[in-house]
Design a protein around this ligand. Sequence first.
Ligand code: COA
Length: 199
Amino acid sequence: MGRLEPSIIWLPFAHAADAQRVELRTLGRAASRAAFRAATSAWQAEHGPAAWAGAALANDEHGAPHIAGHTGAPLISITHTRGLAGCAIAIPGAPAPGIDAEPLDSSGVSALRALAEETGEARHPWKDDAWPLRLWCAKESVVKAERFGADALGRTLRIEHVGTLEADRTQRVVVRSHRGRIHAVITAVVGEHVRAWTG
Ligand SMILES: CC(C)(COP(=O)(O)OP(=O)(O)OC[C@H]1O[C@@H](n2cnc3c(N)ncnc32)[C@H](O)[C@@H]1OP(=O)(O)O)[C@@H](O)C(=O)NCCC(=O)NCCS
């Protein structure tokens, strides 16, 4: 029997120090499609040959990605940010996964911290200074797992619980989504990025 977790591949990519937003997006999208191909190989190693291997990706009317032309193919999630792309492919028949990443030096951190102080989400037992990005990536991964956008600042999602038992770089977070559903998310600081994926 295969694993009960999505197949996830993270793929760092190189870029010029002064690369602009459009160029980063092009590089990131290409890297995320390479991550999809690598995740397809990992998925097949767990679950056996897939008729959809080699298929292209498409996006639905909300922007959510799917494997094109194969009804019944597993659900996927994509992320790409400065220097890092990722792809998660769900186990057969499972709900959509959600995956997100942000650079540790993201410009919006102080605004996220201020918003979380206002909502009370800052009072959870966060384990390190990366917590505003752990919070943000957790919420974004939940938006992706729901496959439906929320309000721009994520006020309609709520961090309900933050784990305290992890001894490593990870921290588990429980999020109530903008659709009222509870999601468990793993957040991790790896190199220059925070990563998050629904568990
Ligand atoms: C879904 C959303 C949050 C993704 O944000 P982002 O900064 O573009 O995220 P990333 O760059 O990490 O990932 C981009 C990928 O997200 C995926 N995506 C886009 N919309 C999606 C959706 N509605 N559901 C699931 N995945 C989605 C796409 O695969 C996209 O990559 P692609 O266009 O190359 O296929 C954003 O597009 C959105 O809808 N925002 C609306 C406001 C919102 O929900 N804010 C969240 C606050 S917590």
